[in-house]
Design a protein around this ligand. Structure first.
Ligand code: EPZ
Length: 417
């Protein structure tokens, strides 16, 4: 999508039906990065077809791994073990998650030279916890000319306590530790399901990792890792977003290919608000039952309420009678969607990390702009419920993280073009 493409949503249709979840972007990205340190010929299945994924595939090729995106949503990998260690500038700056290559490059070549990714709209996104973890493993880190240069004569297991349960730092350190000498213990580790998925991939390749899903992860270093076919977990954030589309249009939406466990915190809030929620082994359903009630939300590391669902929840709450409150504790600037929602008639007071939402009876369609991936999804949800047409610009944000998002909404009855 170009920078001047736009979506036009005619609001007011309630959504009904079933959609299938794609593979999780935030599991596929670190798993693809880990392919740098997993030798052999193998296939990673259930990879979503997203702009960010395509950047990571290009990154692998640039570093010497043959990676080919197959039409079936799989990526074929051929890694002979000869890896370059300098990540290209233009790829890193276009996607900050490319810093995930640092851990695998250190594990495989004891050297990684990665441009400092810029911040992004939602915050400065520092890397101090990643670098502290690498230093504990014996890596010398220098930052010069906009590059982070990391070198080690060898990697030695260590005990690392993260100041904050950072998802990226947990993943990067776990990958570097997988081929280190000896045992590494990461305490205060992040517990996101995507980290468990990455660990399962590494274990299938021969890594020895225990404590998955807990805040203490123990890794016994092994000499090398060999690939085997692996399927990426479903995307709990995409699933939660579709359930919210059903909720905001007072419809009835089932998402298949997802279990309720990774959505527990969201389901808890949906139920508190008065949404009808049902689940089967591999699907979750949300349906309109009664007028929604206002709630308070505080974003927390997993298993708390996910920051990646905060914008979508704000869109839903602007139409709920009463006063709701959202506290964003993970990123320092993740309320930009509030301004756009106010242009559609929402009543929101933002005060640093808190947003107070006073319900209004309706939103009216307007011209609005996406500021980041999840804010974009929130504006689409608001457009689905607004009276009249909503014009949404800067769609490239959406392309980064949602595969066929609007097509799936149209399948559910949305009027989008
Ligand atoms: C991952 O980002 C996700 N991205 C984010 O999803 C998600 O919002 C975030 O985790 C939190 O769940 C991917 O997995 C690719 P963090 P990450 O390190 O790893 C601070 C989306 O929409 N921090 O847990 O960057 C940081 O500034 C994206 O798909 C440090 O201070 O998140 C932030 O305030 C958006 N120093 C907080 O921790 C560090 O060294 C959480 O960051 C690292 C992080």
């Amino acid at each position: 999508m170009s920078h001047n493409s736009r979506l036009i949503i005619n609001g007011g249709q309630s959504l009904h039906g079933t959609v299938r979840c794609s593979g999780a972007k935030n599991a596929a990205l670190p798993i693809l990065a880990a392919c740098l340190m997993v030798q052999g010929d193998y296939i990673v299945h259930n990879v979503p077809n997203l702009a960010d994924i395509r950047i990571m595939v290009r990154m692998l090729k640039a570093l010497g791994v043959h990676a080919e995106y197959l039409s079936s949503g799989s990526v074929r990998i051929s890694n002979s073990g000869s890896i370059k260690h300098i990540a290209p500038y233009e790829l890193v700056t276009s996607m900050r998650a490319s810093f995930f290559v640092a851990g695998p490059l250190l594990a495989q070549t004891l050297h990684a030279k990665v441009p400092l990714p810029g911040g992004c709209a939602i915050g400065a996104r520092p890397l101090d916890l990643h670098l502290k973890g690498f230093k504990a493993l014996g890596v010398d880190v220098s930052i010069e000319h906009g590059f982070v240069d990391m070198k080690a004569s060898s990697l030695k297991g260590a005990s690392i306590c993260l100041d904050f349960p950072s998802v990226g730092a947990t993943e990067n350190v776990m990958m570097a530790a997988a081929l280190s000498d000896g045992e590494t213990v990461i305490s205060n580790a992040a517990r996101e399901p995507e980290i468990v998925d990455l660990a399962e991939f590494l274990i299938q390749a021969g890594a020895v990792i225990t404590g998955l899903g807990s805040s203490t992860i123990t890794i016994q270093g092994v000499p090398e890792l060999k690939g085997a076919d692996y399927a990426v977990m479903p995307d709990r954030i995409e699933a939660g977003t579709f359930l919210m589309a059903g909720a905001i249009t007072q419809g009835d939406v089932t998402v298949e290919g997802i279990s309720k466990e990774p959505l527990e915190a969201c389901i808890q809030k949906y139920t508190e608000m008065g949404l009808g929620v049902e689940h089967a082994e591999n699907s979750v359903r949300v349906f309109y039952k009664e007028p929604y009630r206002s709630v308070s939300i505080e974003t927390m590391p997993y298993p708390g309420f996910p920051t990646d669902m905060q914008a979508q929840m704000m869109a839903l709450l602007v139409l709920v009678d009463g006063v709701s409150m959202i506290k964003e504790t993970i990123f320092e600037n993740r309320f930009m969607h509030a301004n756009e929602l106010m242009r559609m008639g929402a009543n929101i007071q933002v005060d640093s990390q808190c947003a107070i939402i006073t319900g209004v009876s309706q939103l009216t369609g307007a011209e609005v702009k996406m500021t980041d991936l999840r804010a974009g999804a929130a504006l689409i949800l608001a457009g689905l419920a607004a009276v009249g047409d909503t014009y949404i610009y800067d769609l490239f944000h959406l392309e980064r993280g949602y595969e066929g998002f609007t097509d799936k909404l149209i399948e559910l009855g949305a009027q989008i073009r």
